[in-house]
Design a protein around this ligand. Structure first.
Ligand SMILES: Cc1cc2nc3c(=O)[nH]c(=O)nc-3n(C[C@H](O)[C@H](O)[C@H](O)COP(=O)(O)O)c2cc1C
Length: 396
């Protein structure tokens, strides 16, 4: 996702410096060019050679090192960088960057950078909570830095509290959020429903369907990467929630209906990708349901139609998108659904096509709007999510 991008990774003299090696490696796997600058003290914790082997680029420490190209290296690097990440950032480097000091290769280069800058402070809890450090972090925010909050837990010094460097994968996710895709959904609210719902028949059994939530989660993640503020209302799934997305877990269709309709802030874009169980037990209680001796059947009633409700109660300017699963007459049935539910787009799956539908990592979708139908080829669910978002954005 980072092909053609250059990340400048600054590593400072903290105990968590080793984690920066995992981050450098993860960035390279995203096809990113990674330039690493270590502070002199960082070299006490991890060797430049480690980063050189991982990134294929020379690792820099000394501003006055003349052993490379004729350009003024810190300025050339600052121009090349699409993003700066300082991780781990010592209390010392946070203070220097906040006050514009430039007394080594890292601080000098970063001072010359105009690209997005992220910093992950990592230190002993006392150092982190010290008002001086907090003021320095506030100053960095004021100067446009994104400060990544440290994790809490047992620190290397034995203290328990805030100050741990977040895991490399979370740092990578922060970088992806800023850099991976153009932010054409910046300032937009996106609501996605995903997964199955479950209708309890009794304390042991429930009605559900085969939805895994993969398609809805992919839409939520791609919308987040495009800068949207995303809420994901999810039935029970085995999936890792996408980072930087507000996840509202629900179980039943009624829970999902309430979670979707009780939102205070109206969404600009809504994707109803959840496969809601169609039926729920009707008045299931011993008082109301008269059972004959030995009759184990459970009376059912239809669950609330969330998409229909959203279409009927549309807010001005909202774009609403539903999904349909068909085994025949895909175009005809999905176009009828577009009209009946009063929505803007239907993403139709033909369950009989290999690689489409529940559980797979791929999908074959036809996008149906009032302007016509577009059949997409077999795509990964992330690629399909991007195409769905492209179409929905055009309708905004
Ligand atoms: C074993 C050890 C671990 C350290 N860990 C941290 C740390 O996690 N965070 C921090 O801010 N300073 C830590 N320090 C202190 C810094 O190394 C020290 O402030 C140094 O001057 C930082 O240099 P730099 O900011 O130029 O990398 C540690 C020092 C030692 C000896």
């Amino acid at each position: 996702m980072l092909q053609g991008k250059t990340v400048l990774l600054g590593v400072t003299g903290g105990i968590a410096a080793y984690k920066a090696a995992y981050l450098a490696s993860a960035l390279v796997k995203q096809h990113c060019s990674v330039e690493v600058i270590l502070t002199e003290h960082a070299t006490k914790f991890i060797a430049p050679l480690t980063f050189e082997q991982l990134t294929g680029n020379r690792c820099m420490v000394d501003t006055f090192d003349r052993n490379f190209s004729h350009q003024v290296e810190h300025i050339a690097l600052a121009r090349r960088a699409d993003l700066v990440m300082v991780a781990p950032a010592t209390a010392n480097v946070c203070a220097k960057l906040a006050h514009g000091l430039a007394d080594d290769m890292l601080t000098t280069t970063v001072l010359a950078c105009s690209c997005p800058k992220l910093i992950a402070p990592a230190m002993n809890t006392g150092m982190y909570e010290n008002p001086v450090t907090q003021d320095n972090l506030d100053l960095l925010r004021k100067y446009g830095w994104e400060v990544i909050a440290p994790a809490s837990g047992r620190l290397a010094c034995g203290d328990v509290g805030a100050g741990k460097l977040p895991e490399p994968d979370l740092l990578l996710q922060h970088i992806l959020r800023v850099l991976a895709l153009p932010h054409d959904l910046e300032g937009k609210r996106v609501l996605v429903t995903a997964g199955p719902t479950q209708e309890a028949l009794d304390p042991v059994r429930y009605l559900t369907n085969h939805s895994t939530g993969k398609m809805g989660y992919a839409i939520a993640r791609m919308a987040m990467l495009r800068g949207a503020q995303v809420t994901l209302v999810s039935g029970p799934t085995a999936l890792e929630p996408p980072p930087f997305v507000e996840v509202v877990p629900v179980v039943s269709a009624q829970d999902m209906f309430e979670a979707v309709t009780s939102r205070q802030e109206p969404s600009d874009l809504i994707f109803k990708a959840a496969a809601v169980a169609d039926y729920t037990p009707a008045d299931y209680s011993d008082d109301k349901v008269k059972k004959k001796e030995g009759d184990l059947s459970i009376p059912l009633k239809r669950t609330q139609d969330i998409l229909q409700y959203l279409g009927d109660h549309r807010r001005p300017g909202q774009v609403i998108c539903g999904f349909s699963m068909e085994t025949r007459d895909l175009l005809q049935n999905s176009t009828a659904k577009l009209e009946k539910k009063r929505v803007d787009m239907i993403c139709a799956n033909n369950l009989k096509v290999a690689g489409a539908g529940f559980g797979t990592d791929t999908n074959v979708i036809t996008l149906i709007t009032r302007n016509g139908a577009e059949e997409l080829p077999l795509l990964s669910k992330e690629e399909a999510a991007s195409r769905i978002l492209d179409r929905a954005v055009a309708l905004l």
